[in-house]
Structures are given as C-alpha cells and as structure tokens.
Design a protein around this ligand. Structure first.
Ligand SMILES: [Zn+2]
Length: 352
C-alpha cells in the first residue's frame, strides 16, 4: 500500500488542507479497479469509520497477494468542509464561502480520462479545486463508491438506472435495504460525474456491466457505531470480492438482493404544511399503507386545533426522516418510497 497526501491551498494565505490517499496495487491488469471515498459531506461519518474497519482487511488481502485490481481509498474526502465549525455546529454540506453543496457542480467529463478534466484555474475557489481533485483521483476506476449517510435512515444506495439490474449483486453484497434508481441529471453530484463520461461512449467501449457507481447512504448521521462500521466494511469487502477486485471465493458467494429497488420518481418527499414541532409516528424501514399517519406537526401549542397530521399519499416504505424535531413550512421531513410514481416526482436530486 502506498500513502500520499494531496494538498489543497485554501482561499486565503497560510491555509492548506491535507487529503490522505491510500492506494493498493492490483496484481491482475484485467481486474476491475475501485475507488472509495467517504465524508464528501464532511459531517457524514458512518463511511469514514467503515473505511477504518475495512483497511485492515485490505492490508491483509494485500499481504496474502489477493488484491487483483487497483484500489484507491480516500477515507475523508472533504477537509474543507470538516473545518467549517460555526458556533459549535459543523456545516459539512455546503461550502460557506460559496454556499454551494459539496456534492453538486462536479465537472462532467466527455470521456473517462484525466486529459478530459477542465484546466485547473488559480482563481477557482477551494471547493471547486477540491471537486476537480476528487474527479482526478477517481476517474478511470471501474467501481466508484461515494459513502454518505442520510439524517436518519436505512442503509440504501442511489444507482444510475443504466447500471441496474447489473448492480443487483452489489446491493446484495452490501446488504442494503433499498436502491433508488436515478437517471439524467442530479445537479452534477459526484456520482453523476463518475458515470457521465462512460455514458458518452459507445456501449461496447463503455462496458457498463463492468461499472459500479453509487452513492451509498449508510443509515443516519448518528449511526457511527463499531458494529455498523464492521458490517458496512464487510459489505464493501464483499462487493469488491463479488466484482473480482479482491480474490476471496467465500466473500464473493452470490446472495439474493431482497430489498426494494424503485425509480426516484416513486419517492414521495413528505413536507411540512406548517412550521412547528414534529412528532413522528413512523421510522425508517417501516412499511405503510396509503393514508397512514406519518407525523403530527404541533404548530400552535396549547390550542385545541394546534396540531396537524400528515398522511401517506400512497402505500410504501419509509426510507429516511430528518434528524431535527422542528421545522419550517415546506421543509421535507420524510422520504417515502412509494409503490407507484409520485404525483409530485422530483426532477434530478431529491435535496438541495
Ligand atoms: Zn451526503
């Protein structure tokens, strides 16, 4: 294994961020390569601890000569966001300087090669330079895993529809409970930047059945636990074995995917009709019928009619809910994967 440290200069003099990168060299030139990064949204740490649990497995595989394809690991992909503490709270989703989501506006290349990257410009802000660097590190890998988490949720994947159902064995290997299939634009999220160049190629060159591109949502922000880190690391390891990056017959044993796979248009973003305190009546992983009470919003405490109930617009599966217990009118508080297309489907990414 080789460790390097990428340096990213901040937007002011005297500020330099460091990004450790770990590389394992594969022994077989034909084997698929893999790139794994975590905490692009800097406060989402389940993937970071999963990588920490995965690394000893990779080192062991390397010592035993079982690493077939090149593997690049970036355990903490966003040192810029990681430093953005504001009055005690971490703002790891949006860059404070530009108010841009760290997982949007990645460069979309027209071919999967470093030479297709836009030129590095000295005047670009630090978040733009970070995004360019992450694309440069990941481009050309057959497998790209971007480890995130939701507010509160089950483990689930976003997968480009072009890679489904070929990626069903990956979802099964990782043991996730749901897969949300998206198509088109996601506001140039990292995942879109990873698949976009391949989709520009003719099918015989793109070899999409060899590609794995996914945003992995490892449950919720507070699910940073030894046990889930170990099981998530095991899931990633099984995926690498299943796709032939690592030689391990037992880990690569096929298993069925028993979760839900649904188009993103089926996802109901349940929003608050009024501001107030949120009482949830459902939790992630639960199935609900149409009309089921999902939450009560207490908007005028003390008044006889001071609360309003929110009901399920259709039958489905509770994927996530927000971490807060208060909100504003219009805030999305639950993602429900409906059995059919939503009457109000979201175009592109589900959230800002
Ligand atoms: Zn995220």
């Amino acid at each position: 294994m080789q460790k390097t440290i990428e340096e990213i200069h901040g937007d002011t003099e005297g500020v330099v961020y460091q990004l450790p990168v770990y590389r394992f060299a594969g022994s077989s030139p034909d084997a698929p390569s893999a790139y794994i990064q975590a905490a692009l949204h800097a406060g989402e740490l389940p993937g970071v601890v999963a990588i920490h649990a995965l690394m000893p497995r990779l080192r062991q595989a390397e010592a035993e000569g079982r690493i077939l394809g090149n593997i690049t690991v970036v355990p903490a992909a966003n040192p810029v966001g990681r430093a953005q503490y504001l009055y005690g709270d971490l703002e790891g989703r949006f860059h404070l300087g530009t108010r841009t989501n760290f997982n949007r506006d990645f460069p979309l290349l027209d071919r999967p090669e470093k030479s297709a990257l836009p030129p590095a410009t000295a005047s670009a802000t630090v978040d733009v330079r970070l995004k360019r660097l992450l694309v440069e590190l990941s481009i050309g890998h057959d497998i790209v895993l971007d480890l995130h988490c939701d507010d509160e949720g089950v483990p689930y994947l976003y997968v480009p529809v072009e890679l489904w159902p070929a990626m069903e064995n990956c979802a099964a290997a990782m043991g996730v409970e749901a897969v949300v299939l998206w198509q088109g634009s996601s506001g140039a999220a990292f995942e879109e930047a990873a698949i976009h160049p391949w989709l520009q190629l003719p099918p015989e060159e793109a070899a999409l059945d060899r590609r794995v591109v996914t945003t992995v949502e490892f449950r919720g922000q507070r699910d940073v636990e030894s046990a889930t880190a170990a099981s998530d690391a095991e899931g990633i390891y099984r995926l690498l074995a299943t796709r032939g990056v690592i030689a391990d017959e037992a880990a690569a044993r096929p298993r069925p995917f028993t979760g839900i796979a649904a188009p993103i248009a089926n996802v109901e973003m349940i929003s608050m009709p009024r501001a107030g305190a949120i009482l949830f009546h459902v939790e992630p992983g639960q199935r609900v019928e149409q009309g089921a009470r999902l939450a009560t919003i207490v908007h005028s405490p003390g008044e006889p009619d001071g609360a309003i109930a929110i009901h399920a617009p259709q039958a489905g599966y509770i994927l996530t809910r927000i971490i807060h217990r208060s909100g504003r009118a219009g805030d999305d508080i639950i993602k429900l994967v409906g059995e059919t297309r939503s009457a109000r489907p979201k175009d592109g990414a589900l959230e800002d």
